[in-house]
Every structure is written in structure tokens, then in C-alpha cells.
Design a protein around this ligand. Sequence first.
Ligand SMILES: [Zn+2]
Length: 332
Amino acid sequence: MNWQELSEQQQTVARVLSHAMQREELAHAYLMEGPKGTGKRQTALLVAQTLFCTAPTEKKPCLECRNCRRIASGNHPDVIWVAPEEGAASIKKEQISYLMKEFSYRSVESSHKVFIVEQAEKMTAQAENSLLKFIEEPHPGTLALLVTEHLHQLLDTIISRCQVLSFIPLSDQVVEKRLIQDGLPKQLVKLAAALTHDYQEGSLLCQEAWFADARSQVLQLVQRLFKSSDSALPYVYEKFTPNFDNNQKMAVGLDLLLLWFRDLLSLHLNRQEEIVYEDQIDGLKEQMLSLTSNQVIRAMSSILDARRQLDAHVNGVSVMERLVIKLGGYFK
Ligand SMILES: [Zn+2]
């Protein structure tokens, strides 16, 4: 991530940090909090790179020099990462003590030292207390970056001594843009972003062959429902349910189906820019003419009912069976 991307994704955080860095007035400790997939870890990395880069342009790191690369790979001696050890549920006091010891030495290569605590909420109470001492009496030139998805599991005394930076969920547009930059197919990207609102999850979904199949099967199903609901049910038994062979996959299938009807509603409401099945616009328009917006809303609420039954562990095939019969009724 670079500063430009950070300011597109997290405008406030980018503003606070870049302002402080330009004026060389960084706080001693920042607490980066917010949901998964919002760029907290990459931001911590970017701050460290900005401090250590040997070839910056206007105080922005090059991301290519030896220091930038060593920080990205976790191999810079003055940038120390702490996280729960593999398989462990917590960050132990010993890990923080080790950190304190490291920081009591002069920095190895420069006047700065940065430590980054990931999943900071997983520190034990003792670990938090020793960290607290450190934050209260910081060594000059040291910077603490704590990263957490669960702010309120941290001690209030820690929170109050850090400058809190709140990361907000990425907009679907930002998630889409990043996935498209990664070279993932646009027709899947739109759906994945609408389903997950999360860059990492969206990326995984787009790379699964199963997801591309799921999309085309949902499209087949809505076409059959539209043409003749009699052929929809056999299709569900023979093709659809075998591909959605567990409730988790079936839930994704229902969400994809829901998005189709949401697109129909967007058309009714003249909000064409919100359509996710962009390449299916002709088919959507054709169906929109034969369904009133009320029917579309009722179809959507039937799909949501089916989704709830699935969450309550009702068998996926019978959920789908009932749903298709209901939806067939709206198309008549
Ligand atoms: Zn650099």
C-alpha cells in the first residue's frame, strides 16, 4: 500500500498520520482499530517504511529500497512485530519483556525504532501492564503501533494513552477497484464485493472456480424461472443443488440470487449504477418488464426467509425446493 491508496481507503487516518509525519510530530503510540480487511496492518507497515526509506519522494517511501523491502518482509532490525505465537491464544508477558529489552538498546541502524503489536487485544493482563509502563515512559525515537479488531478488549489505560485511529469498512467501490487491479474478472468482482464487502474474502472468492460456476448456475436458474417455472425445479435437483453441496455454499447461492432480484429492484427505481450483474443488463430489463416492483420485493423477502431457514440448519435441498416454487409463483 502507498499513501495515495491509504487516503482513498481511509481518508481520516491518512490525513492524521501524514500530517504528523510531515511535521515530525508523531505520537509515541497509535492504536489502529477497526474491522478485518480495512488496511490496519498495511498502514502500520507504511508508517514504518516512511520512517526508514532511504529514497523517499516528498517524504513518501519508495517501497523499493532495501529498507522498504526489509520492512515489508519483516526483516528490518529496528521494526519489530509482535503477535500471538503460532498456535497460542495470547501474547505473553515474555514477548513484551523481550520487546522492552530490545528497545532499551540504541537502535541498530538509525534514530528510530518501531514496534507493531498485531491482535493487540490478545495480550495477557500482565503483558498489557508491562506494555503500559513502556508507553507511559517512551524512549526517544520509539514508536508503538498497536493493531486490533476489538478495541474494547484492551485495558482502558492502554486506550487512553494511545492516539486511536479508527479504520472504517472499505466501500464496495474500493474493494472492487483493488480486486480489478489484481487482475480478477470484473463480472465476479462486482458480485464478490457486494457479498463480502471485504477485500481479502472477496479476493479468495473470485479465485475459486466454484464461485464462477455458482454465478452461472444462478443465472441459469433465474432464466428458467422466467421462461417456465416447470423446468426450474428439475434444474434445481439435477444441476443446482449438487454444486451447492453444503449449507455454506447454498447460502452464497441464495445471496447471489438475492443480488439478481436487487438488480431488478434497482432497475425499477432507476438506479442503474447500482447493478452488479452488469453484463446481464438485457436479461434484467426483460424480466423487469414482467415483474412489478412489489413482486420483486416479495421475491427478495422469500429469499431472505430461505436464508434464515438455512442458518437454522434446515436441509439445503428442501429450502431450495420451497423457494423455487414460491418464486415461480411471482413470475406467472
Ligand atoms: Zn524506500
